[in-house]
Write a protein that binds this ligand. Structure first.
Ligand SMILES: [Zn+2]
Length: 146
C-alpha cells in the first residue's frame, strides 16, 4: 500500500492539500507525489499549471506513469518560473546552439587534420596514406549520422 510518505492519513496533509488549505483524503491523488516536506515542488507546479489541471492530468494517466509526469511537470514549472518567456525551451535552444557551434568547430578541426595530412604526404606520392586520410574522415562523419 502506498501512503505517500504520510505518517497518519489526514493528520499531516500532503504539500498540495496544505497549500490549497483542504483536507488531505486518504486517496488524495497528490499525496504520493507531493510529500509535505517538498512543498516547493507543488508550489511551482500550481503556479504554472494550476492545481485543477495537474489533478485532471494525473487522473487521465495510469498510475505507473504519474510519477514521471509529476517529475516532468516540476521540471517544466521550475524552468518557467526561472525564465517566464522561454521556460525549458530556453534550455533546449541554448543546448542546440552549443551543438551547432561544436559541430562547426569539429568540422573545422577535421578539415585541418585532413589538410595537414595531405601536406605531409603529398611530396612522396604515396597513395596508401591518402586512403588512410579518407577513411578517417569517414569515421568522423559516421559518428554524427547515427
Ligand atoms: Zn493531499
Amino acid at each position: 500500500m502506498k501512503d505517500g510518505g504520510r505518517k497518519q492519513g489526514a493528520l499531516s496533509p500532503c504539500a498540495a492539500c496544505k497549500l490549497l488549505r483542504r483536507r488531505c483524503a486518504l486517496d488524495c491523488i497528490f499525496a504520493p507525489y507531493f510529500p509535505a516536506d517538498e512543498s516547493h515542488k507543488f508550489a511551482s507546479v500550481h503556479k504554472v499549471f494550476g492545481a485543477s489541471n495537474v489533478n485532471k492530468l494525473l487522473q487521465e494517466l495510469p498510475e505507473h506513469q504519474r510519477s514521471d509526469a509529476v517529475s516532468s511537470m516540476v521540471y517544466e514549472a521550475n524552468a518557467r518560473v526561472r525564465d517566464p518567456v522561454y521556460g525549458c525551451v530556453g534550455a533546449i535552444s541554448s543546448l542546440q546552439q552549443q551543438i551547432n557551434s561544436l559541430q562547426t568547430e569539429l568540422a573545422v578541426a577535421q578539415a585541418e587534420v585532413v589538410h595537414m595530412r595531405m601536406r605531409q604526404f603529398t611530396p612522396n606520392s604515396d597513395t596508401s596514406n591518402v586512403d588512410m586520410v579518407a577513411d578517417q574522415s569517414n569515421i568522423g562523419e559516421s559518428l554524427w549520422s547515427c
